[in-house]
Every structure is written in C-alpha cells, then in structure tokens.
Design a protein. Structure first.
Ligand SMILES: NC(=O)c1ccc[n+]([C@@H]2O[C@H](COP(=O)([O-])OP(=O)(O)OC[C@H]3O[C@@H](n4cnc5c(N)ncnc54)[C@H](OP(=O)(O)O)[C@@H]3O)[C@@H](O)[C@H]2O)c1
Length: 486
C-alpha cells in the first residue's frame, strides 16, 4: 500500500507532536492508513537514545489512548520510529542527518519534513536542509510542511516565502491551516455544489448576509505572553475564518483537483474589498473578556488580570464586516467573529436569506446554519404558518440533520493533513497567494488597533457578544446569532 517514504518530524518532543502528531500517526497506522514502508524519523535538540525515545512515544500513546491499543499494532508502529539528535552546538548535525537519510540505505529518499518548531526557526531549518542537499528532487520527492503561522503580517510572510522559495518550488511547500483538515469544512463545498436546492440561491439576490463564527469558552490560559503579541484577529481570522469564508463564497472549481480548488479560493480572497482605514470603526470591532464565570471553571479572571498588564489593547474578541467585489456577492455583508470566554463554544456558518413577505408580513427570516464543531450538522430555519384560523400568523420551523452519525470514520484534522502530505495532495494546504491575500486584509486593521491605546471594550467572561459590536452591522435588523439554534 502506497510508496515507501520517510516523514522527518522536527520538534518531535514539543507540545504539538506530543498531543497531536505522534498519536495521530499511531491512529493512522492502527487503521491501516500508513504506507507499509513508511518510516518516521523524529528530530529533537537533545541527545537521547532510540530506546528512550521509544519509551517517550509509549508514554504519549498511553496518555492519549488510555493504554487501550493492541500490542501488535504498537510493535508495528514503534518499529517505524527512529530518533535523530539535532544539538544546536553540533555543526555537523545536519550533515549527519543528510548521511542518515540519503546514504545509509535505511530510509526512503522520498522525504517529507514536518517543521513543528517555532516560526522563527522555519527559514533557518530550510536553509540547513538545502545546504545538505536534502531538498533536491532527483528522482525522489522532497516536501516541507510549514506550521502556522506563515509570517506575522504581509511583510514577514513575503520575507519567509522569499527565503524558502530559494530552495523549494511551490509544489514542495505545504503551509498548514489545520481547519482545512476538518471533514466538516470540506463538506461546505459538497453541500453547496451537490445540492440543486441551494446553489441557485447562493448569491446577492437571495442572501441578506453571512456570519462566520468561532466562539470558545476557554480563556487564554497559560499562553498570555504569546497571545498578547498575537490577538484574536491575527490568530483566528487571518487563517481559519478567512478559509471558511473562502469555501463558503468561492465559485465552483473546475474539479476537485488541488490546483482547481486553490485557484478559486485565491480568486475569492483576492476579490474581498480591503477595509478602508478611515472607516475601521464601522467595519471592525474588538473587545477583551473581563472577569466572570465559565461553565467548566467557575469564577474566572479577566484577560488584563491574567496578563498582569492593564494597558494591553490586544483583543480576545474580534469581528469584521467584509464585502466581496464580484457579480455573485456585491453588496452582501459578510461578518466574521471570533472570541474567547463566550457563553458557549461553536464554529459555524450562518446564512440569512432575504425575507419574501409578499403575502404575509413577518420579521422572522429563513436561515441555513452549517455547524463545524462541536456538532457537525446542517440546520434550516424556515417560516411556516402557525396552525389555526389566523392565516397571517407565522412561526419558525427548525429542521436539523446531523452530518456525522454513529459509526462514521473519525479522523483528526492533523491525521488527514499528514496523509495528504505523504500522498502529495496540496488541496488542503495554503497557497502563498491565499496567505498574502489574508494578511493584506487584516494587516491594516491590526496596525490601526495597535496604534489606538484607548481602553478596549470589555465583556464579562461567559457572556455573549458585546452589545457595542453591533456597530458593524449594515442594517439595524441584523443581529448576531447566539448559537446554531437561535
Ligand atoms: N495549527 C495550529 O493551530 C497550531 C497549534 C499549536 C501549535 N502550532 C505551531 O506548531 C509549532 C510547534 O508548536 P509546539 O506547541 O509544539 O511548540 P513547542 O512545544 O515549543 O515545541 C517546539 C519544539 O521544537 C523543537 N525544536 C526547535 N528547533 C529545532 C531544531 N532545529 N531541530 C529540532 N527540534 C527543534 C524544540 O526543541 P527543544 O524542546 O529542545 O527546544 C521543541 O521541542 C509552532 O510553529 C506553533 O506555532 C500550530
């Protein structure tokens, strides 16, 4: 099954590898999805023996799967795994790596490098790999997966791209946005384009507006320093929410080939109007959570208290209004919002249809809500007549279908993306033009927000959207949905 290949995992002893990557690879092996001859070479900066590394892997799996796995599967998985020390003070570390991979005969020369390291290390590692001839595709493929974020703004993204593209062609670069590995996100395309009842309505003639929501109940937690240099707009909207928007609004791709899908996503992202600098207040809103309550944690502190700096203007709530400049969407507001410490967690896309009230006047509307997580579902709200003598009385009928049912295959987004990496499918990875378009949209807002040191709006932890966020609505009858149900 599949060709022989080698996955080289930089940052194998880091948090992401421990929680997602190594257990994900094991799960893939367990379900028979890893090519038989595939080997995994983990790289860490400390010198440890293979046995110690194998014991660490066992510990990760024991924690993740509560020791519930078969011994023969474990033995097969562990036999694929090797360790290479990449000690920073060892000038020969990459030479030894190259020897091991290219000359020992122990590893396939089809190699994917997964860089699960700090973003500041991405380009240095690519330089070092190139210097040791590890990126040249001489009869064997070489791919490099770059973790998120790709740059911290447009300028740094272009710099990183310039640096790595000295050694790599676009077809060799796999920029991750792990939301694209979620099957519920891919479902957006199928729901739109495989259903004749939806696609004819998917335009400015029938749609009033679109809301793309990502709400979390968790706060910033231990990551205060990281978060205060990032913020919700950069962390979530630049990547995950704009990708959800692209899938929701793009034109039909010529096929499901990676190039065709990415071509349409790029076109869509590039056709979004930039927010005018002098109108940021009407189009972008930010806020921070203050103290309050969380269902799972009880009384919780506010962001500024957790940070220990009451001067920070970094947002834990960000909302944007965007307009797409094309035939299909001209004039339709698209609202994106993401927030921490909300009343409930949920990632969903809500489409509000225009009211057709020729016969009976009603202020209620038809909605379609596609929920990504925690529930994977499709939810319709349609207006129907209330039974009885009064023909003018309407009410909302809710129809909900689960997109995931008992017995469906469960595959984590990172597992999907690692399989794609090994099989050479880039459709669920970001093209550099998508990354650039996304930074171009959020950068001007971030710059203005950083400049403005006025105290940021506060919302109590555990509450809904701050009331002041309504400022971005185009029409007074528009409102944030509180959940997928109302
Ligand atoms: N997609 C997402 O939503 C998402 C989520 C989480 C993380 N990430 C990204 O994933 C990456 C890793 O995150 P993390 O939380 O795992 O970070 P982490 O816990 O800090 O781990 C990074 C690891 O990289 C190792 N490392 C650094 N340079 C290396 C080199 N030259 N050779 C070998 N190992 C090296 C470090 O080793 P030492 O321990 O020896 O220093 C550390 O173990 C980051 O880029 C982060 O931004 C993305």
């Amino acid at each position: 099954m599949g060709e022989n290949s080698t996955l080289v995992l930089f940052g194998a002893r880091g948090n992401l590898a421990k929680i997602k990557l190594i257990p994900g690879l094991f799960h893939l092996d367990e379900s028979g999805k890893l090519p038989e001859g595939m080997k995994i070479l983990s790289i860490g900066r400390q010198k440890i023996e293979d046995d110690v590394w194998k014991a660490e892997i066992k510990e990760m799996l024991d924690v993740k799967f509560k020791k519930k796995y078969e011994k023969n599967v474990f033995d097969r998985f562990i036999a694929r795994n090797f360790y290479h020390a990449n000690e920073p003070e060892d000038p020969e570390a990459f030479k030894r790596l190259s020897n091991k991979l290219l000359n020992s005969g122990d590893f396939s020369k089809n190699i994917a490098f997964f860089l699960s390291v700090r973003p500041s290390d991405f380009s240095t590692i690519v330089d070092q790999l190139a210097a040791e001839n590890l990126l040249k595709e001489d009869g064997f493929w070489k791919r490099v997966l770059i973790e998120k974020p790709f740059g911290t703004n447009l300028e740094t993204a272009i710099e990183l791209q310039k640096s790595i593209s000295r050694h790599l062609a676009e077809t060799q670069i796999y920029r991750i946005d792990h939301y694209l590995g979620k099957s519920a996100l891919q479902n957006i395309l199928m729901t739109r384009f495989n259903n004749a009842i939806l696609e004819p309505l998917w335009n400015k003639n029938y749609i009033d507006h679109i809301q793309i929501t990502n709400h979390e109940t968790l706060g910033v937690g231990e990551r205060t320093t990281f978060y205060d240099s990032t913020g919700a707009l950069r962390d979530m909207i630049q990547s995950h929410l704009l990708q959800m928007l692209a899938l929701t609004a793009m034109e039909k791709p010529a096929s499901l080939n990676p190039d065709d899908i990415r071509k349409e996503k790029i076109k869509l992202l590039e056709s979004i109007n930039p927010i005018p600098i002098n109108e940021i207040e009407k189009n972008a809103f930010r806020a921070q959570y203050s103290k309050g309550t969380s269902n799972s944690e009880g009384n919780v502190l506010g962001y500024l208290e957790e940070l220990g700096d009451d001067k920070s203007v970094v947002e834990t709530y960000a909302a944007l209004k965007l307009f797409i400049n094309n035939e299909r969407w001209n004039g339709v507001p698209i609202y994106l919002r993401t927030a921490k410490r909300m009343h409930e967690a949920g990632t969903y896309i809500s489409i509000k249809f225009k009211n057709k009230d020729d016969l009976v006047k009603t202020d209620k509307s038809n909605w379609l809500v596609i929920s990504i997580q925690p529930r994977e579902s499709t939810h319709f709200e349609i207006q129907t007549k209330t039974p009885g003598l009064d023909d003018s009385l309407m009410r909302t009928t809710r129809l909900e279908g689960l997109n995931r049912i008992d017995g469906d295959e469960t595959i984590d987004s990172y597992e999907t993306l690692m399989l794609d990496l090994m099989s050479g499918n880039q459709s669920r990875f970001l093209h550099i033009d998508e990354v650039k378009a996304a930074w171009s949209l959020v950068d001007p807002v971030i710059v203005e927000w950083v400049k403005d040191k006025n105290k940021v709006h506060q919302y109590p932890s555990g509450s809904g959207d701050p009331i002041e966020s309504k400022i971005i609505f185009e029409n007074p009858d528009q409102f944030w949905r509180k959940s997928i149900n109302n």
